[in-house]
Design a protein around this ligand. Structure first.
Ligand SMILES: Cc1cc2nc3c(=O)[nH]c(=O)nc-3n(C[C@H](O)[C@H](O)[C@H](O)COP(=O)(O)OP(=O)(O)OC[C@H]3O[C@@H](n4cnc5c(N)ncnc54)[C@H](O)[C@@H]3O)c2cc1C
Length: 509
């Protein structure tokens, strides 16, 4: 406690008292997520520059006070901005929100951690850029950097976001500074366009880790396609799914499909389109199969719904791509339809960051989502589990056999989605949606989450990213990586002050 007070004084000296927040309202908000948490946050720091981040970390290291960095702190379903361990001071980087470089010719954008998807999109629009940034289906106010560090996914040809970033500037927990690529050499001309410099590649070390605070990152952009088509199909039978997945893999591998496809089940569709039918259900949960079938019928949905974008530089290429898609998929998805840009609402193009999908967090709420959704404040119960599954029909079937029945056993709808972000693997993403105001639901949801997580791991389908609800895996890895990464952590963070418990160490000890 004494050390914390000393650190707070030192931070006030560096940042000014108004950027060291200790009031109850701020602290309580920082302790709240979309599921039950017990972590206490003694203060929130808001540095405004990389130099201030360095000084803040030196003070933390010297006085052994743990800090937890967030860029925008909208990591909904994975812990929002609540630290992995109690007692961490939140290092909130939202004030560092400058676009540092934009190059239309070489197609990249370099940003500070506080730059949001909405802001970056508006920046490019204002300059009439012909380039597009991968756009997530999540909050428009989420940050590019926080999302990329979590290895998030988005729309567009650069949807596997962390694959298309370079030249990270990182403040180590000691306050030292590091650049991951050529940027470390004075005057390097290709720093923003060449991922690797000579020597070991370091980028990956700082994603999903607690080895440093990233204060600058370059994102590669893709040209906006002249022609965009939206392809979608409700599957009439769940049994069609494995064959559809096998065909989609072919389209991804050969490059006809240059970006991720989504397969949403009926529960996920319903949760974005509306809210739980409380009246019809007389207040009972979860949704029984017959009501689920009725809702599907009423909304014109199938048990699964496929959608993806085809982007092409010319009308002829768009026609040819659609022809190929039809030839490959029509036999297994006869309802396949192709829409032109002008036939759909702009949100469906996924070019503009939109809050549309945030509605799903309000599925079990009794009142409609507010104009400015704040799921932490509004008591939305929401947990994500995203696991990597090889992109074959048989693997998807096996993974679904594990993931689908468990939510119902705990009283939740199986809200599922399969995202074909890569060409060889997909993410099976399960959302547990509930109302935190209902007594006992918080505990039940976490029990369900852990059961699901354990069962998926046991079947060999491991998570692609982790939330603070399970910050590390329960079982140790089968090699020496736990020890090696532990040694690395000790070398760069001698007193373990940076985001303790976030991803590293690898497992509970
Ligand atoms: C309905 C819904 C839809 C969603 N859709 C998507 C989607 O399409 N794609 C997707 O990827 N996610 C999605 N999400 C999940 C999540 O909201 C996003 O990933 C979001 O980008 C994360 O929040 P953030 O950018 O504010 O990151 P933050 O909360 O700021 O950061 C996330 C984590 O990264 C680390 N971190 C952050 N900044 C730094 C830094 N500067 N240095 C070191 N470590 C740092 C911390 O561990 C932190 O906990 C969705 C969520 C919801 C509820």
């Amino acid at each position: 406690m004494e050390r914390l007070d000393e650190a707070l004084d030192a931070w006030r000296h560096v940042l000014g008292a108004d950027q060291v927040l200790v009031d109850e309202g701020t602290r309580e908000a920082a302790e709240r997520a979309t599921f039950a948490t017990t972590q206490r946050v003694p203060a929130v720091l808001r540095p405004g520059s990389r130099e201030e981040v360095q000084t803040c970390l030196r003070i933390a290291q010297q006085l052994r006070v743990p800090v937890f960095p967030v860029s925008a702190g909208r990591n909904y379903g994975y812990g929002s901005r609540v630290p992995a361990r109690t007692g961490c001071v939140l290092l909130e980087l939202g004030r560092m929100n400058r676009v540092l470089e934009w190059d239309e010719e070489l197609a990249y954008l370099t940003v500070e951690p506080g730059v949001t998807f909405a802001q970056a999109h508006a920046f490019l629009e204002e300059r009439e850029s012909a380039l597009q940034l991968a756009t997530i289906g999540g909050p428009p106010q989420a940050s590019l950097v926080g999302n990329a560090l979590e290895r998030g996914d988005g729309s567009g040809p650069h949807g596997d976001i962390f694959q298309y970033v370079c030249d990270l500037e990182v403040v180590l927990p000691t306050g030292e500074l590091l650049r991951t690529g050529l940027g470390r050499y004075p005057g390097a001309q290709a720093a923003a366009v060449q991922r690797w410099g000579p020597g070991p590649g370091l980028d990956g070390l700082f994603s999903q880790s607690n080895l440093g605070v990233v204060t600058r990152m370059t994102f590669w952009l893709a040209p906006r396609a002249a022609c965009v088509r939206i392809v979608s199909a409700p599957l009439e039978q769940a049994e069609q799914l494995p064959e559809v997945v096998d065909r989609l893999r072919l389209l991804r591998l050969e490059g006809t499909l240059r970006e991720a496809y989504s397969l949403w089940n009926d529960c996920k569709m319903l949760s974005v389109l509306g809210q739980y039918p409380w009246e019809r259900m007389g207040g009972r949960t979860p949704l029984p199969p017959e009501v689920r079938a009725q809702l599907r019928e009423e909304q014109g949905l199938g048990p699964w719904h496929l959608s993806f974008l085809l982007q092409a530089p010319s009308e002829e290429q768009a026609q040819a791509a659609w022809g190929r898609v039809e030839a490959v998929l029509k036999g297994v998805a006869p309802t396949l339809t192709c829409y032109r840009e002008e036939e759909v609402e702009p949100e469906a193009l996924r070019r503009v960051p939109s809050a549309r999908n945030l509605r799903m967090m309000y599925w079990r709420q009794r009142t409609p989502p507010p104009a400015e959704p704040d799921p932490d404040r509004d008591g939305c119960g929401f947990l994500w589990l995203s696991c990597a599954v090889p992109m074959t029909g048989s693997h998807v079937e096996r993974a679904l056999a594990v993931a689908e029945p468990l939510p119902l056993q705990y009283g939740f709808e199986p809200n599922l989605c399969l995202l074909g972000v890569g060409a060889r693997s997909a993410y099976l993403v399960v959302a547990l949606v509930y109302d935190r105001k209902v007594e006992g639901e918080d505990a039940r949801a976490l029990a369900c989450y852990h059961a699901l997580h354990g069962a998926m791991n046991e079947a060999g389908y491991y998570p692609a990213r982790l939330g603070i609800q399970a910050p590390v895996l329960a079982a140790p890895p089968g090699d020496d990586s736990g020890r090696v990464l532990g040694a690395l952590k000790a070398a760069v963070d001698p007193h373990g002050i940076l985001a303790p418990g976030r991803y590293l160490p690898f497992h509970f000890v």
